[in-house]
Design a protein around this ligand. Structure first.
Ligand code: FAD
Length: 314
């Protein structure tokens, strides 16, 4: 994602798509087809998630390889560290390296169950920070290292403010960009970015909002409840009356999510949008078309409202 830092510096908006390894081989094939089509939307990079505890890790590595070397997509591999053997981390990094992948999102993952009694092994991993140090020691500057950020706090124990010094530690250890837990409230995101900067996280490090486009009302509510992210009251007011009609939910959702995107871009706190696609193309595509940032939407819709940050797209 070196390109990401460059476009960030130039003030050009970019976006990325996150996918997870599907459970069946047919699902994998369908996802490759979808990734190929979504390539046309012009993402700066795509992410492949890492199954907790290394579940489906072989598939994650294989998908990284296909996306990077067959489809030519700039690919970022997620990797967790506290929930599996170090040998699995070594294998994954080696495979990513051999695939030509240069981006890792370094994560802690779920800690072992009996967390209270758990003691970090000598030289072992306790936090994402330890994985970042390990990658730097073994691969120098080969990988751009992304880290997770939490505008609304991480776990029950670390609120949004308490988490910031630990986030800074991850950047000091070698993290080069931050992707946040999903967020739907632009004010919360913007305020939190300012607080990160006030705490000494350099403005040159992109802080990227994680955005989940709305596919159905049920999935939207499920994820929002699970991550405990705040939903602005207006969103409920607009979605509730149409909640049983998926087509209307996507239409309204597109407007709400695009409005969030415009607000964070216009605030100058970020130039990049990260979409949790849930392996589905349609809702993400609708948001991008609403924002008029895909190459195709620029071509086909000359009447789209000009946005301040759109001028630079050329
Ligand atoms: P850390 O940064 O290590 O933080 C973990 C907790 O410890 C936080 O509460 C933090 O504030 C606190 N902390 C950090 N350092 C210290 C310290 N020195 N002293 C005391 N407390 C400290 N999970 C997966 O299994 N696979 C994925 O692919 C995946 N992708 C993700 C992508 C994004 C963008 C995000 C936001 C999360 C993702 N997760 C994924 C979930 C992630 O693994 C969990 O949220 C995990 O509980 C925390 O990971 P972390 O890397 O943020 O941990």
């Amino acid at each position: 994602t070196k390109k990401l830092a460059a476009s960030h510096a130039k003030g050009e908006p970019t976006y990325s798509f996150e996918f997870f390894p599907p459970k069946t081989s047919q699902g994998v094939q369908n996802l490759y087809d979808r990734m190929d089509r979504m390539h046309g939307f012009g993402p700066a990079f795509i992410d492949i998630t890492w199954g907790a505890g290394g579940r489906h890790s072989q598939l994650t590595c294989e998908m990284v390889k296909v996306a990077q070397s067959v489809y030519g997509l700039e690919t970022c591999m997620h990797l967790t560290c506290t929930d599996m053997e170090t040998s699995k981390i070594d294998e994954a990094l080696k495979e990513a390296y051999n695939s030509g992948c240069t981006n890792i999102l370094a994560l802690r993952g779920d800690p072992p169950r009996e967390q209270e009694k758990w003691e970090q092994a000598e030289g072992g991993f306790r936090y994402a920070r330890d994985l970042i140090k390990y990658i730097k020691t073994n691969y120098g500057d080969h990988f751009d290292i992304g880290v997770a950020g939490y505008p609304e706090g991480c776990d029950e124990t670390t609120g949004s403010e308490e988490h910031i010094p630990y986030l800074k530690e991850k950047i000091d250890a070698g993290g080069t960009f931050i992707v946040t837990q999903m967020c739907y409230d632009a004010d919360i995101f913007i305020d939190w970015v300012h607080r990160c900067h006030a705490a000494g996280i350099p403005e040159s490090v992109p802080i990227i909002p994680g955005i989940m486009p709305i596919h159905t009302h049920a999935s939207f509510m499920r994820r929002a409840t699970w991550t405990q992210c705040h939903i602005p009251p207006e969103w409920h007011e607009r979605l509730e009356p149409v909640k049983n009609d998926d087509v209307s939910v996507r239409e309204v959702g597109k407007e709400l999510v695009a409005d969030f995107c415009r607000r964070v871009l216009d605030s100058g706190t970020t130039m990049h949008l990260h979409f949790y696609t849930m392996n589905l193309a349609v809702a993400t595509r609708m948001v991008l078309e609403e924002l008029a940032v895909t190459p195709a939407s620029n071509e086909h819709n000359p009447l789209l409202k000009p946005l301040p940050w759109r001028q630079s797209l050329g």
